[in-house]
Design a protein around this ligand. Structure first.
Ligand code: ADP
Length: 495
């Protein structure tokens, strides 16, 4: 009998569970949001136990709703929000405090200090990352510094720490496995992406007891078994990856130069650079795309902190949209923005600017500008930011892009996709299933258990839903991009 693959997508705002069939097609899904905790401005936390309980709940309800027995599941794949860290007690499995989420800016002072000490180059050389509160290491350091006694307990082996994948696997295996995969490890700022191991110098620099860190495994491989206590059946966990790398895999971006952009809360552009570790001259990140067998492949990554979140802001804070999907019709109902630009730097600017202090702005407001122009300018800002990253990626990698694959909630917006194709002068392909994150780890775990023989075999399961081809006049394109450049620069000079 052909069994399903259970894919877990533990995201920033929700836990999802999906069932994929042997052809890699999505059959059923279930999701549930969990609480966002904002203890202070700029701080973001999650309750780790709530994450695990919500995750388990969606898995159980998915199976129950569709009357699918656990024995029909061949394997489990896990993708997760990256960089977020949890510390827990080994003996009880109880988390110590809340998880510090990737978006949390509380460790800006620790990062400033590292920069002042001139450590940027060393850290970039070892990890491919730029110093920023975004990554896990400063969060772990903050936690251990803040709570006296924890470091000693950690040294005595009483505590464990890890990213969300490790936390979930520890719970799922009831404490039998403390593991992570290469992609998640590569976002911690403690992992050496050349030597493929925890880096002793960095561990010392951040003062993290090594005993609390998980063992690192290839993304396709064995991570342990879901304990029979949960579904009455033991099920192997055979694919694990951070959400963006999982999406790159789900998009079948298997060749050097293949690129995907995920348009979610933020936007994440990743380019596969094969087994070559490409270094950026523009503060893009070098990261691990995945580890399979004895090999790893690398990726270049650029992240935009505010993408679809800017549309949420129009809806929730300005109240000029009922829902996100409506933005498409509003944008198309005007012929242009009347020269209006929106720079949604609500939480600073990510790559390539890495300006922790930039704030958002609207530029070029004239008497005739109305809310539809603001909506259109906001959608366009998502495409401008993505354009900037991709043109730098072309320069850094020396590879000319020939197609962009897109996914994430806001990729459903046809206006945005057309504008993106126009700005990039590039064909865009949107897959039939935009849930590429869960599909990616479904593919990974299916590969491990022999559902597919190799990546070429998987590629046949990638189905295109719609394509967008560029059609904007070159003169318009150049003018628009020049205006955007001026807007971003102005935004960074306002303090
Ligand atoms: P995440 O996984 O980061 O939570 P999703 O991939 O679910 O995000 O995408 C949700 C985001 O996409 C939200 O910020 C929402 O505003 C935006 N979004 C969803 N649908 C549309 C749409 N049709 N047009 C523009 N933005 C959209």
């Amino acid at each position: 009998m052909d069994k399903y693959i259970l894919s877990i997508d533990q995201g920033t705002t929700s836990c999802r569970a999906m069932l994929y069939d042997r052809n890699g097609q999505l059959c059923y899904s279930k999701s549930k949001e969990f609480k966002q905790i904002y203890p202070k401005p700029g701080w973001v936390e999650h309750d780790p136990m709530e994450i695990w309980e919500t995750q388990l709940y969606v898995i159980k309800s998915l199976l129950k709703e569709h009357d699918i027995p656990a024995k029909s599941i061949a394997t489990i794949g896990i993708s997760n929000q990256r960089e977020t860290v949890v510390i827990w007690e080994k003996a009880s499995g109880q988390a110590i405090g809340n998880a510090i989420v990737w978006q949390c800016r509380r460790t800006a002072p620790i990062c400033e200090d590292l920069k002042e000490r001139g450590l940027e180059k060393e850290i970039y050389d070892k990890t491919g990352l730029v110093i920023d509160p975004y990554f896990s290491a400063s969060k772990l350091k903050w936690f251990l510094d803040k709570h006296p006694g924890l470091r000693d307990r950690a040294k005595r082996g009483e505590l464990l720490a890890g990213t969300i994948d490790s936390w979930l696997i520890w719970q799922m295996t009831r404490g039998k496995a403390h593991v992570t995969d290469y992609t998640n490890a590569s976002r911690t700022m403690l992992f050496n992406i050349k030597d493929l191991c925890w880096d002793d110098d960095l561990i010392e620099l951040f003062d993290i007891p090594k005993a609390i860190l998980p063992e690192i495994r290839p993304s396709v491989g064995h991570f342990g078994y879901l304990d029979p206590m949960f579904l009455g059946q033991e099920i192997p966990i055979c694919g694990v990856a951070g959400d963006q790398q999982a999406a790159l895999f789900g998009q079948a971006c298997f060749n050097s130069g293949d690129v995907k952009n995920t348009y979610g809360t933020g936007c994440f552009v990743l380019m596969n650079t094969g087994n070559k570790l490409v270094r950026s001259n523009h503060k893009l990140l070098s990261t691990i795309a995945w580890g399979i067998g004895g090999e790893v492949e690398y990726a270049l990554e650029g992240s935009i902190f505010v993408g679809g979140a800017a549309i949420q802001w129009l809806r929730d804070e300005l109240g000029i949209l009922e829902n996100a999907a409506e933005s498409e019709r509003a944008a198309e109902s005007v012929s242009d923005t009347q020269g209006l630009y929106m720079v949604p730097a609500f939480t600073g600017l990510g790559a390539p600017h890495w300006d922790m202090y930039a704030k958002g702005a609207l530029f070029g407001i004239t008497r005739g500008v109305n809310f539809k122009h603001i909506i259109r300018a906001t959608l366009e800002s998502i495409a401008y930011q993505s354009h900037d990253l991709m043109s730098l990626m072309e320069q850094d990698s020396g590879i000319k892009l020939n197609v962009l694959k897109v996914d994430g909630g806001a990729s459903a917006n046809n206006f945005l996709m057309q504008f993106q194709a126009d700005l990039l002068k590039l064909n865009i392909k949107r897959p039939a299933n935009i849930e590429t994150t869960s599909q990616g780890v479904a593919f990974m775990s299916g590969l491990e258990i022999g559902y597919w023989q190799d990546k070429a075999d998987i590629e046949e399961n990638w189905l295109c839903g719609r394509s967008f081809t560029p059609k904007m006049e070159e003169k318009d394109r150049v003018e628009k991009l020049a205006g955007w450049d001026r807007a971003v620069k102005s935004c960074m000079t306002f303090r």
